[in-house]
Design a protein. Structure first.
Length: 600
């Protein structure tokens, strides 16, 4: 290796420098989430004052000089960093096409291309395989860009994401250019500037890219094995986690930091194999799989900031918070982080929730939150469990929140506002001298909008009789009801695992195949509606054969007798006829139990 230095992007886009992407590298694969994060980083740097020394480090670029094939060019193999350097060129091209002055357009053109000794215009990057033609079309063919831009802008705005993600599949280079052009168009339009001011802002954006997005530039000698180095960088390599980045940022190599690290980081996160396994294990957050450590760090930061936090920008948010603190305040934060981690470590999750009894109120609450996919409640719960030391009071608080969540789920009320709802509740609770179940219930009952109201008994009854929930939610509701039934002192075994139970429609969806057809269209439609509601659904052990599932009730009832171990399912088998009347009768019984479990 010849050198490794911190460099500004402008040093890569000067003179006759040209970068060839080796054949063994993958094509351009960055997607919308990568482009969004990148452009937000650029705009963030633009918005800071001109005299600020703020920078945003964007990674490493590794190059190896090669024999030049054309006069006037200095050619390199781009060993690592092709995704970010390609993205930068496409961003600059989008800015060029938005520039208002020819001088600015020409300046940007000379960054993404150069002219060799034969006056031929050359791309700054030579792509390999399928991207080469498309990349050069974006750089050189104005008609190509304009036609695709017009195709995008002809679509309704709510279809643009589909356009980027689906229509442009296998055309990520073009998608990147159009995404930047559309995002920058909106950004510039929002500034409400005249053409001169807009052009100056474009120049500032370019200067920011060139100067304020440094990389580590590693230059290899001609003797270095490029393939071996590339494989070493990428094979089985594990990207640094947020926790690792944060640890490296928090603790320096001095005696004070080492002691702080051992007492407040190592002792809780790394002291033994159980700790390491717990914090590194994956959890589901929305559509993404995240480590428990990431979800904890997210919850803690939401508590501290009292605002929303993006998981994909977690480390950056922590850096911003840490930079605002004095050394003493930082020590306090590290100690506080450990104290919250000790509480989070006690929150039931994963294997702890596979089997439980109704009396295990903590497990029951977090099992419900997990099955109902209410992940945005975790910062609030971490704060409550950290603050409330009285076990009986905590039990009452969890009961209030459980009733609130369960009732809203049964009523099929929206969860779209839960992020703001639980954040607002967290901010409110932080103002209280003492958190009590009584005050919490009073606060929840004060909500009147559909997005946050605490459902009444009548609304719950309507939900039981008239709402069709997704199977996962119905399965969970029937499971908790079964736990409630097993809570009887006369019952020997109070625990139950949800594993192995499936949800069965007592009146099957294809009931018309083998069941008696009612004498009117209205009754047929009522059957089809009622079979989807809670009263027609039951938990059974295992799964019925598909042929038996649609059998006439006498045959199906006999078969269900083999699979039914729960009282709530077995009591249905006493019905000689299973129809709308029987479904409504069962719905009434379920409703009465539900409002007993989840009181208001």
């Amino acid at each position: 290796m010849l050198s490794a230095n911190k460099e500004k992007i402008q040093s890569f886009l000067m003179g006759g420098s040209q970068y060839h992407i080796p054949f063994f590298q993958r094509p351009y694969v960055w997607k919308v989430e990568n482009w969004q994060e990148f452009i937000e980083s650029v705009i963030e740097q633009v918005e800071v004052s001109d005299d600020s020394e703020s920078e945003h480090f964007i990674g490493t670029i590794i190059v190896q000089q090669k024999e030049s094939t054309k006069i006037g060019a200095i050619e390199y193999d781009l060993v690592d960093g092709q995704q970010r350097l390609t993205t930068i060129c496409l961003l600059l091209k989008a800015l060029q096409d938005l520039a208002q002055k020819d001088a600015t357009k020409n300046w940007i053109q000379n960054l993404v291309t150069f002219t060799d000794s034969e006056a031929e215009l050359c791309p700054r990057i030579i792509h390999s395989r399928k991207d080469v033609e498309l990349f050069e079309a974006v750089l050189f063919d104005a008609t190509h860009n304009q036609e695709n831009w017009e195709a995008l802008t002809a679509l309704p705005k709510d279809q643009w994401d589909d356009f980027f993600n689906k229509t442009l599949e296998h055309k990520a280079v073009l998608g990147c250019y159009l995404y930047f052009r559309s995002t920058l168009s909106e950004y510039l339009a929002a500034k409400n500037m005249d053409k001169e001011e807009q052009n100056n802002l474009i120049k500032k954006l370019v200067q920011t890219i060139l100067i304020k997005l440094p990389v580590i530039h590693m230059a290899l000698s001609k003797k270095d094995d490029v393939q071996e180095i590339f494989d070493t960088i990428n094979s089985q390599g594990v990207k640094l986690t947020t926790a690792e980045l944060l640890k490296n940022f928090l603790f320096k190599n001095d005696q004070k930091s080492i002691k702080l690290y051992q007492e407040n980081w190592y002792s809780i996160f790394e002291a033994n194999e159980d700790d390491i396994e717990f914090w590194s294990s994956d959890r589901t957050s929305g559509r993404m799989r995240r480590s428990t450590m990431e979800l904890f760090l997210y919850s803690y930061l939401v508590i501290k900031k009292e605002s929303t936090v993006k998981l994909e920008k977690l480390f950056r948010e922590y850096k911003s918070l840490i930079k605002q603190k004095t050394p003493d305040e930082l020590v306090e934060m590290i100690i506080d982080l450990k104290e919250h981690a000790e509480v989070y470590r006690q929150i039931p999750d994963g294997i702890d929730l596979r089997a439980l009894s109704y009396a295990e109120y903590k497990k029951r609450f977090f099992q419900i939150a997990s099955e109902f996919e209410i992940t945005t409640i975790m910062p609030l719960m971490l704060y409550i469990m950290k603050q409330v030391k009285d076990g009986e009071e905590l039990k009452k608080i969890l009961a209030v929140l459980e009733s609130y969540i369960a009732r809203r789920t049964i009523c099929k009320m929206t969860t779209k506002n839960y992020n703001n709802l639980f954040l607002g509740l967290l901010v409110e609770l932080k103002k209280w001298d003492k958190i009590t179940s009584e005050k919490l219930l009073e606060k929840l009952l004060s909500y009147k909008e559909d997005t946050n109201v605490f459902p009444t008994d009548e609304q719950v009854k309507d939900g039981v009789f008239n709402k069709a929930l997704i199977n996962k939610y119905t399965r969970e509701i029937l499971y908790i009801i079964s736990l409630y039934d097993l809570n009887d002192p006369k019952t020997d075994n109070h625990s139950l695992s949800l594993d192995g139970f499936s949800l069965e429609h007592l009146m099957p969806k294809k009931w018309e195949n083998n069941w008696e057809i009612p004498d009117s269209k209205e009754k047929v439609e009522l059957n089809n509606f009622k079979l989807l509601t809670l009263g027609n659904l039951a938990l059974i052990k295992g799964s019925l054969n598909s042929k038996l599932r649609d059998s006439a009730w006498p045959i199906k009832r006999e078969e269900l007798n083999t699979y039914s171990t729960l009282n709530r399912t077995r009591e249905c088998l006493g019905n000689a006829v299973w129809d709308v009347k029987a479904i409504n009768e069962r719905s009434q019984k379920l409703y009465e139990t539900i409002v007993e479990i989840w009181k208001k």
